[in-house]
Design a protein around this ligand. Structure first.
Ligand SMILES: [Zn+2]
Length: 192
């Protein structure tokens, strides 16, 4: 039996089919684009991951190098400090001595007074310790006394030397020793 289909209905079905085909093509196209951009994103993510890893490795390398350099510097500084300390222990600061007065004993041997100056650090600042040393070259008499800590300036030193309890006392002792002593050094030349 023959079915009769009206042309108008055929036409509308054909047009619907065409529209559906068009939509399918659009969907396929969109799908293609999505797939392609997904691939791009995946690639991008992989690149990022790779450069992250590279940066991480670079950071670790730099950190190791920096740590090594720091360790070396610390070691070097410690060594320098030890050397300085050793030097400070083995080489004490020289204490200058200065000949101030010379007397002659009964047989013209020297009786001298020298001043020893030593720098000292006190809680209230730097000072000098002045010490007078009386020596007789004839009888080997030596006396180290009259020591005082004063400010490091010429006036304080002058006062120390003029003071009856310090410089004055030592000068008096030197004078008296010279007047009494008749000793000559053992290694001196006998008179011709
Ligand atoms: Zn003497």
């Amino acid at each position: 039996m023959l079915r009769i289909i009206r042309t108008s209905r055929l036409n509308s079905q054909a047009s619907a089919l065409l529209q559906a085909q068009g939509e399918r093509d659009q969907l396929l196209d969109a799908n293609q684009k999505l797939t392609s951009s997904l691939e791009t994103e995946r690639q991008h993510a992989q690149d990022l991951k790779a450069s992250c890893k590279q940066l991480g490795e670079q950071f670790e390398r730099q950190k190791a190098a920096y740590t090594r350099a720091c360790d070396e510097r610390v070691q070097e500084a410690r060594q320098q400090a030890e050397e300085l300390q050793a030097r400070a222990v083995t080489v004490p600061e020289p204490e200058p001595e200065e000949l101030l007065y010379r007397y002659k004993n009964q047989v013209l041997t020297d009786v001298t007074i020298t001043l020893r100056t030593k720098k000292v650090e006190l809680a209230y600042g730097p000072r000098v310790e002045l010490t007078l040393i009386l020596r007789c070259a004839g009888c080997d008499f030596t006396r180290t006394d009259a020591s005082l800590c004063v400010a490091d300036d010429p006036e304080s030193r002058q006062n120390f030397l003029a003071d009856d309890a310090y410089g004055g006392a030592v000068k008096g002792d030197a004078q008296r020793h010279a007047e009494r002593c008749r000793a000559v050094p053992l290694d001196s030349e006998p008179p011709a």
